[in-house]
Design a protein around this ligand. Sequence first.
Ligand code: SAM
Length: 345
Amino acid sequence: MAASGKLGTFRLPPLPTIREIIKLYQLRAAKQLSQNFLLDLRLTDKIVRKAGNLTDVYVYEVGPGPGGITRSILNADIAELLVVEKDTRFIPGLQMLSDAAPGKLRIVHGDVLTFKIEKAFPEHLKRKWEDDPPNVHIIGNLPFSVSTPLIIKWLEKMSLQDGPFAYGRTPMTLTFQKEVAERLVATTGSKQRSRLSIMAQYLCNVEHLFTIPGKAFVPKPEVDVGVVHFTPLIQPRIEQPFKLVEKVVQNVFQFRRKYCHRGLGMLFPEARRLESTGKLLQLADIDPTLRPIHLSLTHFKSLCDVYRKMCDEDPQLLTYNFREELKQKKHKSRSQEDRGSASPR
Ligand code: SAM
């Protein structure tokens, strides 16, 4: 569970409100960047408090925008705050915050999807994976279109102990569309159980901290927002390469309403689909008539372990893609048809 942190003793001096900053710098939310701002500092304080104790922590905030959460982080006795913002219009407002908190705020105009955070903080912060989490924390309220691909990318980095996880088991507190937050924490058998639940929970302890109603944002998004806390596990619940786990999980959930053998079958070439799926399920000791949402992390671990063994025995299996086989089959039958219609009568 995330420890409930206290806001610290350093306080920013009186500053214009976020609403005034937005007016001053004419920061109208850009629709194409899905910008929704949090102006209520009680809410931004709550996000930071729920993230845990940030005293002397190096914080990486992604997408600070007009700086609501940024202010709350600066008030939490952190060691340093590094913000990465894509939209240049926000830089002067953030610069004002930097002047108000000398030596605390570093501003980077850049893209979180490509920024190399592993090089940004001092080397001495790096901890062994088995140690307690390092004095580094990631916080962000990003557009939904960025936060979902970003979490998949970061989960893969986590599995490799690279990127933000080059420092060790860096915790993260991030916002998602409420539905996505629910999927991230969904337990076995729940309606929201999905690919994202397995991919996040095999690598982390995931906690849905609280929900922010859409009406708290300006402009108001269509949906409510979930604040989610991630702490990487010392020992992942599945010890196989990320891409292999992703392939198994994706195949299972592509037919989420069918029995699990249906999706698992797609891991194997059509000619031996039935036989190989049977072998996989038997060796993994799984009832083929379980539905994907009823498969636990232990089930997924067994499936991935057995699938890995089958791939070791037949290395072509790992790169097998049923869509590719289907495409080739269609192509073949089309060229046979063409040849048939071109032949003399
Ligand atoms: N954090 C602010 C808040 O809570 O009020 C702003 C939130 S707004 C939903 C998302 C912010 O992320 C915007 O400032 C937007 O410009 C920024 N952003 C979007 N995509 C980004 C990217 N790829 N890299 C960095 N910043 C990004």
